[in-house]
Design a protein around this ligand. Sequence first.
Ligand code: 13P
Length: 257
Amino acid sequence: MRKPLIAGNWKMNKTIAEARALAGGIVRGLADSPGVAEKVDIVLGPPYLSLSAVAEATAGAPVGVAGQDCSAEAGGPFTGEVSVPMLKDAGATHVILGHSERRELLSEGDARVAAKAAAASAGGLIPIVCIGEPITTREAGTTLDRIGFQLEHSVFSVFTNTPAELVIAYEPVWAIGTGKTATPAQAQEVHAYIRKRLGEAFGVDWAGNSRILYGGSMKPGNAAELLVQPDIDGGLIGGASLAEADFLEIIRIAAGG
Ligand code: 13P
């Protein structure tokens, strides 16, 4: 019932020319895999500078484009920031928000993530809000408390009305770029909890139709066992999204082979 969503977070990688080539390769790969794009939604998340090039390279193809962040402001004296209207103008359809690298390296807190999610949603972009626990939290056995807190303060605090569309990405911090992956059972437990909380906040029907992505060292070798879990609706993929063949393989796995 939920169409899987496979999103690539390219992070701070790829020149404009490299981004155009990778996006073009993915579009060609999809064209060579009949039926796959009907079964999976696909989003590419290049750095800001490559957004337009990737939007052009994917024009007409069933591929969305995501910014990796946005400002909560629509415009004005905010040096270095990029607004939702600017992202839309460049061709973005989605925006990744609250990634743990931004939370850790740039001290981005839940309140700011919430403000950005509200601005993105109001401005017509689909927010992909990232949440996830550090290793100390998992070892302390308080992962679900932490996830609940992040949901409350990064999402529920700003959406008094049910958002049109919102994607949650569960990304255990200890699994990002480390080669360590949450076991399917660990990930499923958290995804089921997220869906339960979304249902309480926005209604069971809405939650049942919303995608919850797993992120953290997802690759062709482990994608199947993760994606088969009932509450894992896709992936937010870092390293493996930079390699055309790996990303296409994950898309094919999500499509069911
Ligand atoms: P990796 O797939 O490289 O672990 O990165 C995951 C991630 O952070 C996606 O946003």
